[in-house]
Design a binder for this molecule. Structure first.
Ligand code: 26Q
Length: 826
């Protein structure tokens, strides 16, 4: 059958065909007619309609890759935060105008329908969102790529605020059905856990190992299309769902032991049930290790299946696939690949190891020593006995090699070992990822340097040429074109639309930065975006936000190192000043916070509480309410982020220097014309270099100053004693000004700051305050501020994830684009 025979009316992009297929889908897929359909029915019918138009490109892409068999990227990530699919897919296909018309013709509102889509919250924050940006760029740049991950049934919890505190609700994102995934029940693998190993010699006298797992779970593929922007490429995100094996419970069931049968089924399915909501590893959680192994084993088995399906031999693995580890969460894939090559495919160790080393590369996303992933050897051996043996063998051979280079350095061997022997024995996942990788990269210049000088120093000394930096990037499709259509329109009217495919061309805006007409239009756009956000805030919290006030935003996970408490201390300081009439000409400002705290991170939750407590007092105080407002938008996610970036005037990037690996929110703000107040940390440094020091509010200790102070002994209490303004702030909290006189409520926070202040909040306070006054000063000069805002956008095109992905492709993966020709006649 020729494809055109069945696909024309389902894939055509004219208004009539779209309207026709929409009604068709509503009727035949949703089994509804318009008069009784709910908004969700309309959403699903439209999603199917758009999906149909993706699928023909998807199939063309798959068949082209199959025939050409060029090198593909396999991106392994335990987290993805793609955001809602519908609007992105319409943008990629360029069919939004026709869809809008078709909906209008049916008396429906496209924006209302699109707002129905629940977003897949399959990640915690930066790392998961980065993975989604990279898949978007890979498809747009026409690179053959598969994203591999876990199909969590419950993603990151939904955050609500009750009585000034965070409460967590389950994220039932699959409740209404997910039209974007295609289940592939025929693509499934068995995954073993526990049991024993058996070492023996086979008939030919060859040394062999057999693993007898104690328990088997089945992993089933669910595929989601990832469309490139205005190209025919549609790549794929393959997420694994854990199910019970068919064979497993028959015995128990037949013997009438229903409960055991059901328990085992539940235990199997638990593996892909829920995302761990920590964005730092919590040590030793058995289920988490099971999740990591489950997804890596499915993925590696799938890669080998694809390789053999192309009639390639295993030796061609590195020619056909580049395997990228997104942090250490998928590092166990290294041992799984070795196991399959040696135990199952009977390859020699040395040959297998060479294949691994030529295929695998690793990106590190954190320097915090406490955030490096480790597993107790005992737990590891219980769940993965064979992998532990393989790990020991990798380690033995690796340390033998080191011993040849540095025979007497016992300390070096202990520091490099895959096993940390210091506090109970544990497996160091970063070391496993590092020995196995041909390339190791950090995510911003400073971070990559510190990675080489500290966390992986000895690995760097051994093999400096394996280390590199790729500074993160963000997709301009979601974070500029979709999120900020009004600004997109203004830019298009000014310099044309070539920038959408080559973001560096935003530079052409520079010559407009000083023109007063353009500045006025620019301000108009910002005001409009602030009005839209004000609407969202009004709808969620009932709070009124004045769109003409300076909108100052800090939106990210709550973490001490990100220092939301520095921000709130400064807000308190300003409140006290205004109350005393000390800052009569302070311009009106609105502070916006948004972000989740890990459920068990009590200190972070206390900071959320303090923000609410301060907001409730300040917002109700008639003495200041025309000049200070504090808002907290609950349940920060990709959708709400898309509304905030375009509206922001000021972007808070105030982490303790040396602690934020890169940050990517910083890039999204700057691209949308917000000015940054920030430390010399992560990618802030590179943003400042590009936008110019005069268009960036810098403050705070540098990374090396932080290091010096850590080595010495500083007394945070001195800042309290010597700075009367800071003292007033701390005293106000202590006296219960924000807690109805209850001085104990925020005591742990105050004690922490006065006691150790590990993140130098008090030390940086006064520099931060000065910098904030400078912000006010520039804000009062409308033309100066607007010029700086325009220059931020014009000069941040480099932070496109397209640029970052090109660097990965050229320097790490050695992959090139494969153009997809559309085969359909539409
Ligand atoms: C590990 C083991 C067990 C449970 C949880 C985890 C875990 C989960 C998520 C550990 C770390 C993460 C997430 C880390 C992360 O998001 N890092 C951020 O990565 C961004 C993209 O590179 C950077 O921009 C941020 O600076 C960095 O904090």
């Amino acid at each position: 059958m020729k494809k055109t025979e069945f696909s024309d009316y389902r894939t055509a992009a004219d208004v009539d065909s779209i309207r026709h297929s929409f009604l068709d889908n509503l009727y035949f897929v949703q089994a509804r007619f318009p008069e009784v359909a709910s908004l969700n029915d309309f959403y699903l019918a439209l999603a199917w309609t758009v999906r149909d138009r993706l699928l023909s490109n998807w199939i063309d892409t798959a068949s082209t890759y199959y025939r050409q068999a060029s090198r593909s990227v396999c991106y392994l990530s335990a987290e993805y935060l793609p955001g809602p699919h519908l609007r992105n897919a319409m943008l990629a296909l360029g069919i939004e105008p026709q869809i809008r018309k078709a909906m209008t013709a049916l008396g429906l509102n496209l924006d209302e329908i699109a707002a129905q889509e629940p977003e897949p919250g399959l990640g915690n924050g930066g790392l998961g969102r980065l993975a989604a940006c990279y898949l978007d760029s890979l498809a747009t740049l026409q690179i053959p790529a598969i994203g591999y991950g876990i199909r969590y049934e419950f993603g990151i919890f939904e955050q609500a605020i009750r009585d000034e505190r965070q409460v967590e609700l389950a994220d039932k994102w699959l409740r209404g059905g997910n039209p974007w995934e295609v289940p592939r029940p025929e693509i499934n693998f068995e995954i073993g856990f526990g049991g024993t190993t058996d070492h023996y010699r086979d008939e030919s006298g060859r040394y062999r190992v057999r693993w007898h797992p104690q328990r088997l779970v089945k992993g089933v593929a669910y595929d989601t299309p990832i469309p490139g922007y205005r190209v025919a490429t549609v790549n794929l995100l393959r997420l694994w769902n854990a199910q019970a094996c068919e064979s497993f419970n028959l015995d128990a069931f037949n013997l009438g032991d229903y409960e055991r049968a059901v328990d085992e089924k539940i235990a199997s399915e638990t593996i892909s049930k829920v995302l761990y909501p920590n964005d730092e590893p919590m040590q030793g959680k058995r289920l988490r290790l099971e999740q990591e192994y489950f997804f890596c084993s499915c993925t590696i088995q799938d890669i080998i299946r694809l390789l053999l399906q192309q009639n390639s031999s295993l030796e061609l693995l590195p020619e056909k696939f580049a395997i990228q580890l997104n942090d250490t969460h998928p590092a166990i894939a290294v041992a799984e690949l070795m196991r399959l090559l040696i135990d199952v495919h009977e390859m020699d160790w040395d040959d297998a190891w060479k294949l691994v080393r030529r295929s695998v590369s690793y990106t590190n996303h954190t320097l915090l020593p406490e955030a490096l992933e480790t597993w107790p050897v005992e737990l590891f051996g219980e769940i993965l006995p064979r992998h532990l043996e393989i790990l020991y063998e990798i380690n033995r051979r690796f340390l033998d090699r080191v011993r040849m280079q540095a025979p007497d350095d016992v300390g070096l061997l202990a520091r490099l070992s895959l096993i940390d022997e210091r506090f109970g024995r544990s497996v160091r996942m970063a070391h496993l990822a590092s020995v196995a990788s041909h390339t190791i990269n950090g995510v911003a210049k400073l971070h990559s340097r510190l990675l080489q000088q500290r966390v992986l120093k000895d690995f760097h000394t051994l093999d400096p040429q394996r280390f590199t930096n790729v500074t993160n990037g963000v997709t301009p499709r979601r974070f500029l074109i979709l999120a900020n259509p009004t600004l997109t329109g203004l830019i298009n009217d000014t310099i044309g639309d070539a920038w959408t495919k080559d973001l560096a061309r935003l530079q052409e805006l520079e010559e407009w930065a000083g023109k007063s007409d353009f500045q006025a239009a620019w301000r108009e756009v910002k005001l409009h975006n602030k009005q839209l956000l004000a609407q969202t805030i009004r709808n969620t919290s009932g709070m009124e936000v004045e769109a003409t006030s300076l909108l100052d935003c800090q939106i990210k996970r709550f973490h001490e190192y990100k220092r939301q408490h520095l921000n709130i201390l400064h807000i308190i300081g300003r409140y006290l000043d205004l109350k005393q009439g000390l800052y009569p000409d302070a311009p009106a400002r609105t502070w916006l916070f948004s972000g989740k705290a890990a459920p068990g991170y009590h200190f972070a939750k206390l900071i959320i509480e303090l923000i609410h407590a301060v907001a409730n007092r300040v917002n109700a105080d008639p003495d200041v309410r025309d000049r200070m407002r504090i808002a907290f938008l609950p349940n920060f996610n990709v959708s709400s982020a898309e509304r905030i970036y375009p509206a922001a005037d000021l972007s808070e990037q105030i982490s303790t220097a040396g602690m934020e690996a890169s940050g990517t929110g910083n890039m999204k703000f700057a691209l949308n014309g917000a000015l940054t107040i920030g430390t010399l940390d992560g990618a802030n440094i590179e943003i400042r270099q590009r936008v110019g020091a005069e268009n960036f509010f810098l403050f705070g200790l540098t990374e090396s100053e932080v290091a010096t102070r850590r080595a010495g002994n500083t007394q945070p209490r001195d800042h309290y004693l010597n700075d009367p303004q800071l003292r007033a702030v701390i005293d106000a909290i202590n006296d219960g000004l924000f807690s109805a006189g209850d001085g104990n409520r925020f005591r742990p926070l105050v004690e922490n700051l006065l006691g150790h202040d590990h993140f130098f909040v008090l030390e940086d306070y006064s520099a931060y305050r000065t910098s904030q006054q400078h912000v006010d000063h520039v804000w009062n000069d409308k033309s100066k501020w607007t010029r700086a805002s325009i220059l931020n956008t014009a000069r941040c095109g480099w932070f496109s994830s397209d640029r970052a992905i090109k660097e990965y492709c050229e320097r790490i993966w050695r992959v090139s684009p494969v153009a997809i020709k559309q085969q359909s006649a539409t």
